[in-house]
Design a protein around this ligand. Structure first.
Ligand code: FAD
Ligand code: NAD
Length: 482
């Protein structure tokens, strides 16, 4: 039986970064993958394909004119899904090569097959050549999740599907119902609407993307409606079925009955109400590890399960379930497993969130609602892209950056951006927050001009001016003006 210092299960971002980190520490490492492709949801069904598709759609629909396809299409109806997906496939193939190369260069053994624990330090790998047994001192469980597929929904991968199948659509539908106003539902709703698909989005709560700052969520909902998306908020889907619709000729349609009694019909339905773990196939009882009803694992701050030599990272441990956070969790878990680095310098409250809808949204730190609930006094500094030269040049009239500033210390408590480049822009705020900076940093430093980063300066002026006004005559305040 082959023995390793460490075995990672799953080649998604958590497993990849964990395995490479272990190899960098000079450990003998293997990584196991049950699918025939590397990279997990990040590369094959999630992050990369959806972002590549979004980029292709924005280019093709004239949002910019770089033209991945060599020409600018004048009409959206000329676009075929095959063209869009071929662009995503090119990116995916490149990513597979990059991961493979990293494993090779770092001496990580890549093993194909489904891993299952047969004992506390032993795995059975059910691979193409039969079963192999391996042992290791440490394990990293990074098996990710799959879309929730309740038995009551008649998925057929053609007209009723999840985010795993949406990229395999061989035609562009005219109409689509999206169930779920979380990140997947809103991102795909915007992509489809940009392609001219008539989208109705159903969300059980009273707003989409419940974790966003309310003002940003309100602005986003306004933009979605401007794009022609119909929002059914505070509505739950009760039943989904295929129906025949006779209108001259007979058509197959998807029908969604809402709890409120409304009936929605469309050619297609994307079901995006969350994800489900895959722990039941891992033989975890043989190690003494339990999982919850969504097959997720509980870990401590070092990513150890209740069995200390078995670590878990990425989507399998639940929120925030992002590629970005999964990578760092995997790396941190291995650092702790081999006692090699300072695991205290790690502030999970500064994890950024990026939503690649149209427009982009990003945030770091607290929302106004959280600060109010926690009784933290703050002021909001706002910069609208239309007031910034770069915003004007880009033609982004709707974007905005909001900076939440502590009323007394002027420390930055949160940054919320909606508009062009939001997912990049947020990192400036993240860095200043991590270094315990205050709003004066933005006032006292020079930014390239014309850039969207200028929004930080304008938002800082705006927030500090409001604070000057509040405190005028009653305390010392920084004198700033725009
Ligand atoms: C549509 C969509 C868009 C997304 N967009 C973004 C985004 O823009 N930004 C972002 O940060 N995140 C995004 N995410 C989330 C991101 O993809 C996940 O957070 C990330 O992939 C999780 O990484 P992971 O390593 O935990 O698991 P995964 O990427 O799911 O990888 C797990 C791997 O383990 C393998 N595996 C499972 N069981 C076994 C077994 N028994 N034996 C061997 N191998 C096994 C699986 O086959 C898989 O390859 C998106 C997700 C989706 C679905
Ligand atoms: N840009 C990104 O970072 C990105 C992009 C896509 C996905 N992801 C990750 O993928 C994961 C899954 O995303 P998701 O959007 O599937 O899940 P989610 O949990 O984010 O959202 C699901 C939404 O569906 C709603 N819902 C549930 N049942 C419903 C019903 N019967 N009728 C109407 N609405 C209902 C919920 O209220 C919720 O808002 C997320 O955890 C996210 O981290 C990240």
């Amino acid at each position: 039986m082959r023995h390793y210092d460490c075995i990672a299960i799953g080649t998604g971002p958590a497993g990849q970064k964990g395995a490479i980190q272990a190899a960098k520490l000079g450990k003998r490492v293997a990584i196991v993958e049950k699918r025939q492709v590397l990279g997990g949801a990040q590369i094959n069904t999630g992050t990369i394909p959806s972002k590549a598709l979004r980029e292709a759609v924005l280019h093709l629909t004239g949002a910019n004119h770089k033209g991945h396809f060599g020409r600018t299409k004048s009409r959206v109806s000329e676009i075929t899904i095959a063209e869009l997906v071929s662009f995503s496939q090119r990116v995916i193939r490149h990513e597979w090569d990059v991961i493979r190369d990293q494993f090779d260069r770092n001496g990580v053994d890549l093993l194909w097959g489904k891993a299952r624990f047969t004992g506390p330090n032993e795995l059975a790998i059910d691979g193409p050549g039969g079963e192999e047994r391996l042992s290791a001192d440490r394990f990293l469980v990074a098996v990710g999740t799959k879309p929730a597929r309740p038995a009551s929904v008649p998925f057929n991968e053609r007209t009723i599907f999840t985010s795993d199948e949406v990229l395999r659509l061989n035609h562009l539908p005219r109409t689509m119902i999206v169930v779920g106003g979380g990140v997947i539902g809103t991102e795909y709703a915007c992509i489809m609407a940009a392609l001219g698909v008539q989208v109705t989005l159903v969300e059980g709560r009273n707003r989409v993307l419940g974790f966003l700052d309310q003002e940003i969520a309100d602005a986003f909902q306004y933009f979605m409606r401007q794009q022609g998306i119909t929002l059914r908020l505070g509505e739950k889907v009760e039943r989904i079925e295929e129906v025949e619709f006779v209108n001259g000729s007979t058509h197959q349609l998807v029908q969604a009955k809402l709890e409120s009694g409304k009936t929605l019909r469309a050619q297609t339905l994307l079901y995006a109400v969350g994800r489900q773990g895959v722990c039941s196939e891992l033989g975890l009882a043989n190690v003494g590890i339990e999982f919850d009803d969504r097959e997720r694992l509980e870990v401590n701050q070092f990513y150890q399960t209740n069995i200390e030599h078995v670590y878990a990272a990425g989507d399998v441990i639940g929120f925030p379930a992002l590629a970005s956070t999964s990578m760092e969790q995997g790396r941190r878990a291995i650092c702790h497993a081999f006692g090699c680095c300072d695991v205290t310098n790690y502030n999970t409250s500064l994890f950024p969130y990026g939503i690649y809808a149209v427009p982009e949204i990003s945030m770091v730190g607290k929302t106004e609602e959280q600060l109010t609930a926690e009784g933290i006094p703050y002021e909001a500094g706002i910069a609208n892209y239309r007031e910034i030269a770069r915003g004007q040049i880009l033609g982004d009239e709707l974007g905005m950056l909001k900076m939440l500033i502590h009323q007394d210390t002027h420390k930055i408590l949160g940054v919320h951006v909606i508009g062009t480049g939001a997912t990049e822009l947020v990192h400036i705020g993240q860095a200043v927050m991590a270094l315990d900076g205050d709003a004066e940093f933005f006032v006292n430093n020079v930014f390239n001009f014309p850039t969207l980063a200028e929004c930080y300066k304008v938002a800082a002026y705006n927030g500090l001016n409001k604070l000057n006004h509040v405190y005028s005559g009653t305390c010392e305040a920084v004198s700033v003006s725009l």
